[in-house]
Design a protein around this ligand. Structure first.
Ligand code: ATP
Ligand code: ZN
Length: 226
C-alpha cells in the first residue's frame, strides 16, 4: 500500500510557458517556499505544500506513480498521456481537477496553405506529423479516417517542408508559427488550457485535507476574478 504522507507535493513546470503563471497562482493561494526558483525542490513554508520543478511531460507520470499529489500541466499533455495509457490497456491514473485560465491553446490539424480543405476524409492515406500521437489516433479513429501518424518530439511544423509528413497536428495559439511555415489550421482536436491535475482516486491521509483547502482557495480566487 502507498506510504502515508503529511505534506502535499505539487509538480509544476521548471521553465517554459506554464512555469511563472503556475507559481504565481499557487502563491496567490497563500503558499510560499524556501528555495529559489532554479532549484528542483521548493519546501513549503506557510503550509506543508512543497513544489517539484520538472519538465511538463513528466507531470502526469509523477502523479500516476504517486511521486507528486498534484500537478499544473496543459490539458493537451494530460489528455495525451491519459489516452496513451488507455491504448495500452492501463487504468486511469489522473484527472483534471480545475481549469486554471492560462496556457490557452488548441491542438489542431494544419495543412499546406494551397490545400482546398473539404474535411477529415481528405486525410486518408496521408502522413501526419505530431507530438500528440494518442490524441490524433483517437480522433482519426472517431472520424473513420485511415492515415499514418508520424511521431516527432519537436519542430513538427517544418515536417511538411522537409517531406517527412504531408501535414501536421500541433498546438496553435496565435497561428503565427503556422503562417510562417505556409500552413493553415483546419480542424480542432482539443481546446486546451493549464489545469490542476490530481490522482484518479482520492487520497486518504493528511494530504486530502490540504488538497481540499487548496481547491477551496483556488475556487475563491476565480470567483474574485470573474
Ligand atoms: P518542457 O521543457 O517543460 O518540456 P515544453 O517546451 O514542452 O517545456 P512549453 O513550450 O513551455 O513546453 O509549453 C508548455 C505548455 O504550454 C503546452 O503543453 C501547452 O499546454 C501550453 N501552450 C500554450 N500555448 C502554446 C503554444 N503556442 N505552443 C505550445 N504550447 C503552448
Ligand atoms: Zn515538454
Amino acid at each position: 500500500s502507498a506510504p502515508t504522507r503529511d505534506r502535499l507535493r505539487i509538480a509544476i513546470q521548471k521553465s517554459g510557458r506554464l512555469a511563472d503563471p503556475a507559481r504565481s497562482l499557487l502563491a496567490a493561494c497563500g503558499l510560499s517556499w524556501r528555495q529559489s526558483r532554479d532549484k528542483l525542490f521548493c519546501f513549503g513554508e506557510s503550509l506543508p505544500v512543497d513544489l517539484l520543478l520538472v519538465r511538463d511531460d513528466d507531470i502526469p507520470g509523477l502523479i500516476a506513480d504517486g511521486v507528486c499529489d498534484l500537478g499544473v500541466v496543459g490539458l493537451n499533455e494530460l489528455d495525451e498521456q491519459a489516452k496513451a495509457r488507455r491504448q495500452l490497456g492501463l487504468a486511469d491514473a489522473y484527472q483534471p481537477l480545475r481549469g486554471l485560465g492560462f496556457g490557452q491553446c488548441r491542438l489542431m490539424i494544419a495543412v499546406p496553405e494551397e490545400w482546398d480543405w473539404q474535411g477529415p476524409a481528405q486525410l486518408a492515406g496521408r502522413r501526419i506529423a505530431t507530438s500528440y500521437p494518442a490524441i490524433l489516433a483517437a480522433w482519426l479513429k472517431d472520424k473513420g479516417v485511415d492515415a499514418q501518424v508520424v511521431e516527432l518530439s519537436g519542430s513538427v511544423e517544418i515536417a511538411p517542408k522537409l517531406g517527412t509528413a504531408d501535414l501536421i497536428c500541433d498546438l496553435v495559439s496565435s497561428g503565427a508559427t503556422l503562417a510562417a511555415n505556409q500552413l493553415k489550421p483546419v480542424e480542432t482536436l482539443l481546446d486546451s488550457e493549464a489545469v490542476l491535475a490530481g490522482p484518479a482516486h482520492a487520497l486518504d491521509d493528511a494530504r486530502a485535507g490540504l488538497m481540499a483547502m487548496l481547491l477551496r482557495r483556488l475556487d475563491g480566487l476565480s470567483r474574485v476574478q470573474d
